[in-house]
Design a protein around this ligand. Structure first.
Ligand code: BJW
Length: 240
């Protein structure tokens, strides 16, 4: 019997998007009933929108915090945690998602490049802290004492995603790049597949349907994440 295909890949980078959490009941952004069909992203997901109407933006994220409180990871989150546990080389799970479902499934340290929903950020002094409840309109920052300066610690359009240098270093050294449940429309994440290819990585897309960047992936599997992700992770561990 041969060795498992997984042993071919010394370093793995996985990128996840909203599709990995869709079957956990969290809405995606650009699908038929996605968030951006119900809300104007310029109003709720930009620093300008927040400055213009903080109450609207805080209400939008307070409601999403409530929704997240009941969400549980699905088979795709668990399969990715299991892959990381068995892989002997380097492994970086980068998520664009602001939910904590990868952590709940056992992934030890997912990198949240677009921030975390259940964390507050003071835009005046830079203080950060956990909060799964509401941010009230008349909030006071516990660190600087300023009134009305707290926001959710998420990355809006025009803001720099977190830990880009670390992600780029991992992509530079990547042998296998797996993209799960992302439409490939938002940069810089949409450009990761090209960076991985430039490093000579094998590139895999797992999605409900082909993304905008599908032609950049050498291997593609389409269907619900709860099915295609465990199947792909299983195939990596089978002897060749
Ligand atoms: C399933 C499924 C199932 C469904 N199973 N799959 C022009 C050209 C190029 C770039 C730009 C440009 N103009 C502006 C930019 C930059 C901009 C950008 O990319 N804009 C594009 C829209 C063009 N990017 C930025 O501004 C970023 N920052 C940046 O570039 O910094 C550099 C810089 C800074 C300052 C000055 C200059 C440069 C920041 C981007 C921040 C994105 N923020 C959001 C909101 C986060 C908080 C929140 O959640 O509210 O992040 S927007 C939203 O999109 C969210 C997501 O993480 C992100 C990606 O979405 P994702 O995950 O791909 O979801 P969907 O809905 O798009 O797709 C779902 C997928 O799942 C689909 O493919 C389905 O098929 C699939 N699916 N069910 C498996 N069951």
């Amino acid at each position: 019997m041969g060795t498992a295909r997984l042993s071919r890949y010394r370093s793995i980078v996985v990128l996840t998007g909203a599709g990995v959490s869709a079957e956990s009941g969290l809405g995606t952004f650009r699908d038929k009933d996605g968030l951006w069909t119900q809300y104007d992203l310029n109003e709720v997901a930009t620093p300008q929108g927040f400055a213009a109407d903080p109450l609207k933006v805080l209400s939008f994220y307070n409601a999403r915090r409530k929704n997240l409180a009941d969400a549980k990871p699905n088979a795709a989150h668990f399969a990715l945690a299991q892959l990381e546990a068995v892989h002997e080389g380097s492994f970086l799970l980068v998520t664009q998602n602001i939910d904590d479902l990868h952590e709940q499934a056992g992934s030890p340290a997912p990198l949240h490049m677009h921030g975390l929903l259940q964390q507050d950020l003071c835009h005046r002094c830079g203080w950060r802290g956990p909060n799964s409840g509401d941010i009230p309109y008349d909030n006071v920052c516990g660190a600087c004492g300023e009134l009305g300066t707290l926001r959710p610690d998420v990355v809006w359009f025009g803001e720099m995603p977190y830990e880009m240098e670390r992600i780029e270093r991992a992509l530079d050294d990547c042998a296998l790049f797996i993209s799960v449940g992302t439409s490939g429309t938002v940069y810089p994440a949409a450009g990761f597949v090209a960076l991985a290819r430039a490093s000579g990585a094998h590139t895999v897309e797992l999605n409900l349907e082909p993304s905008d960047g599908q032609s950049l992936f050498e291997e593609r599997h389409y269907g619900p994440a709860s099915e295609v992700v465990p199947a792909f992770v299983g195939s990596l561990q089978k002897p060749e």
